[in-house]
Design a binder for this molecule. Structure first.
Ligand code: GUN
Length: 299
């Protein structure tokens, strides 16, 4: 059984990017820049945003964190995005979700220039991704990170049955689409399960590759998994744990211990999919920078 080490792969990708960023600095005397906007004081979002800025610094990229109060108007937020769209030193723009309820997330997504939409949320990027033009778009970071894990662990996907659980715009929908693509050799048969699916265990037991992105602790039990399956756990659920100083610990959507005994490969939580999201955000920002430099070269 293989434990898929997202921490290690993410660190490899960051090292590769660090080398590329340094090469750019020497060659064109410029480096990529990421702008992150956070509205309000959600503690989990604050941690994510801090980590994004820290990772930029680690690899020599510029980052700018714009912290706005929870009562910021939509108009003000859109005007901040417009300035970043026009700032040549900013190559990637990310507005941390969730946003306060008075702000329309769709309007925010639409306001970000598709060329700087390193989250891959803009319909132009989503559309290109669905069409299979993967070199012509930004792919949403978590699904992109999962593709990278599968590729770097040489996990065969062609012709396999992939079951995705969850249909969010950020993970489930793009993931299912990517696993379906003929390009980049994912080439799976794909089933998507969600909250209204009636026979979920019957479907999950057919999965050669099972991707759980529902946000419910330990929903996927051993009985729902085919022996030998590859298990990708996107869940990050807080459960109470009195033995921890924080009073909680993070668990995935998969009941890890029993499932890991029958899987052929599995991502742990933490240390599996999570660290890949930031690595792919940096990779997308680097891609945007390269395009801005007028080079189609990727890494
Ligand atoms: N909140 C949780 N994950 C994400 C993400 O990938 N992008 C943004 N913008 N917000 C998030």
């Amino acid at each position: 059984m293989t434990i898929i080490d997202g921490k290690k792969i993410s660190s490899d990708i960051k090292q590769e990017l660090k080398n590329s960023v340094e090469a750019c600095r020497q060659k064109v005397n410029a480096v990529p820049g990421l702008a992150v906007i956070i509205v309000g004081e959600d503690p989990a979002s604050q941690v994510y945003v801090r980590n994004k800025a820290k990772s930029c610094k680690e690899i020599g990229m510029n980052s700018k964190v714009i912290e706005l109060p929870a009562e910021t108007s939509q108009e003000e937020l859109l005007s901040r995005i417009e300035s970043l769209n026009n700032d040549p030193e900013v190559h990637g723009i990310l507005v941390q979700q969730p946003l306060p309820s008075h702000i329309d997330e769709y309007a925010v997504t639409m306001a970000i220039s598709p060329a700087k939409d390193v989250d891959g949320f803009h319909p132009e990027n989503v559309g290109q991704m669905v069409l299979g033009n993967l070199d012509n778009c930004y792919i949403s970071c978590t699904p992109y990170g999962i593709l990278e894990l599968l590729a770097r662990y040489n996990i065969e996907t062609k012709g396999k049955h992939c079951v995705v659980i969850g249909r969010s715009n950020i993970v489930g929908k793009p993931m299912a689409n990517l696993m379906l693509q003929k390009l980049r050799e994912t080439n799976c048969t794909v089933t998507v399960c969600h909250s209204a699916t009636q026979n979920m265990p019957e479907l999950t037991r057919q999965a050669d590759i099972l991707i759980a992105a529902i946000g419910r602790a330990h929903l996927i039990t051993k009985e729902m998994v085919k022996p030998g399956a590859v298990i990708i756990d996107v869940g990050m659920n807080r459960i109470e744990d009195a033995s921890r100083k924080s009073g909680y610990r993070l668990v995935g959507d998969v009941d890890y211990e029993p499932v890991s005994k029958i899987a052929s490969a599995i991502t742990p939580v933490p240390g599996g999919v999570g660290p890949m999201t930031i690595a792919m955000l940096l990779k997308n920002t680097f891609q945007s920078f390269m395009q801005a430099q007028g080079s189609a070269d990727s890494l």
